[in-house]
Each structure stands twice: as C-alpha cells, then as structure tokens.
Design a protein around this ligand. Sequence first.
Ligand code: PLP
Length: 346
Amino acid sequence: PLLREHYLDERPDVPAMIARLNANENPYGPPQSARKAVAESVSGGNRYSWKELASLVDMLALKEGVTKDHIMMGPGSSDLLEKVAIVLFAKGGNIVSADPTYMSLIRVAEAVGATWKAVPCKSDWTHDLKAMEAAIDSNTKMVYICNPNNPVGTIMAANELMDFCSRVSTKVPVFIDEAYLELAEGDTASMVSLLSQKKNVIIARTFSKIMGMAGLRVGYAVAQPEFLSKIEKITRGGMGICHTSVLGAIASLQDKEFQAMTKRLNTQCKNYLYKELSALGYSYIPSYTNFVIFPIKMDGKTFLSKMASKGVMVRSFDMLNKPYCRVSIGTMAEMEYFVTSLKELA
Ligand code: PLP
C-alpha cells in the first residue's frame, strides 16, 4: 500500500486540546435545531423509535429521489460500510479500490477473508479509473470508491465517474462513499441518480460531516432494494440508532441554513489555510472536503508530537514514502492557531 499512518505512542501531557483537527468533524454542529430536538426527545427514550425512524427514511427517500425501500439506516455510515463488507466477502473474493483511500470497508473485508486489490491513485491523487476497471477479475466482489477521497481530498469529474459506475456495475457492485460530497464546491453530482437506471451501485452518506452530528451516529446507504435485502440478513440497519439521534437527524436534515453555513465557512477557512500554507512554502493537494493534506518537512511522528505539545491534534501519513500532515478544517480561530503552531515548528 502507498499509505502508512503514524501514531504517537502516548498523548502528550498538555492541559487541553486547543484545536482538534484530526477527525474531519464539523466544528459548528450539532445545529441549534438538532440540539433542541435531541434535548426534547430524551423523555421519549423509553420507547423504540420505529415511527420516527420511518419518518426520517421518508424524508431521505424524498431528498434522494428514490422509494423508501432503497434506503438503509445505520448508526453512522461506518456501520453500513462494515456490514456490506461482512456480507459480500463472507466467502472471500477481492475488493478493488484506489490507494490511498478510506480503509474502513476494506479492513473489514480483509478481516472476513477478502484480498485487497489496491490501485495507485494517479499523480494528481485522483482515482485511476481505467486501471481500476482493468483490475477487476472473476474474483472481484465489489469496487469501492470514496468520492471525494479521504485522506487525499480529491474528487472525480462527475460525468467520468458516472460512466465508470454505469459500466462497471453491470459486472460487480460499485460502492460509492459520498461522506464529504455535500462539502465539495463545483462538479459534485451524486451517483444516486444511477439507481433510477437500475444500476447496482451503493451510495453511503452520513450525518457526521455537513450535518454536524459525528458523535450522534446517523448514516445511511442508498441502493437497490434487492441489494439491501442481502444486507438485511445480518442487520436491521436503523435498529442501531437511538431515539435521540433519530430526532436530531430529522431536525438537521431540515436545517438547510446550517448546512449552507457549514459549507460556506469550511470553504472560507480552507482558503485561508491554502493562503497561509503557500506563504510558508508548503504545497498542498487541493481539497473538496473539510480536510487538507500537505507534505511536511520532518518525519510524521516528530511532527505529530510537536503539534500535540501545542494542543493541536492532526493526522500524519506517509504517501509514496513522503511524510504528510492531514489537517481537518476547524473554525477560523482553530485554523489561525494551527498556522501559528506550524510557524513555530523548529
Ligand atoms: N466514509 C468516509 C470517507 C469517512 O471519512 C468517514 C469518517 O470520517 C466515514 C465514512 C464514516 O463516518 P460515519 O461513520 O461517522 O458516518
């Protein structure tokens, strides 16, 4: 694999984490509307949340332009990525994906017996769709695409990806993880529209990013009902989501103002970061997400340790044996603190 992550042996002893920029969370959430809904929902916590969950599914079906049997809920999209991997790879086979990419689904697939066919990203860190298609063989059970891709932040041109998914899904299911799509500026069509053409694609979405609910755990998959019925054999999906989170999600979903604000501020803070990185002589990979990855001038572990001692949490990866920092986009104050900390690195 092209990607290797660095970890600190232990957390440094600093009074408080001043800038938590390591998990691509939304620094503004949950929206006020969701906080209120969650608080008010607590008294209903003695009952199962079937009715409320059904309302949420109806709202999501409307949003995605599909019927409700195309939607499966989960406590975060992680849960659905993992369950899909368990079902599809129970009898082995291989999974084709880009490298680097987000590893949740792939790691579970490997754990239950799959092999990973990693296809290196192109030199601009976008997916090499041609090479990925060529990597599919008779043992391939699924192609996984993370768009925009974590940890590199790149996005595929929508028409190019649409053609790929449309063609390839006639051979094997194509899983498109769109966790960050709503934060992307520009060419950002979802692959959900392929479902109306009966294509065998699975799209994962989450309330953790633009909706600001990472800790409240709500996500969903949109796929063909026949595909979801296979996954349903091992999970009832939404049974893992608690009542409070369901009501929080219903409120967040309706809070278009919060979502627009998140996107606007994310872009603003990202542009500030780009400007400051350039001024400090760092290059960066242009990002369509709420994180930016850039090459650093010392080894990853030393970098993490120096940043952590200032109360800044980020991630560090080697890509093609070169060290990088992946920093999530926080509030402007957090980004200013990050930049100040970066300047002080000796
Ligand atoms: N997919 C991608 C690409 C991610 O980066 C993440 C989390 O950071 C997830 C899925 C999982 O998110 P969640 O389980 O919170 O929905």
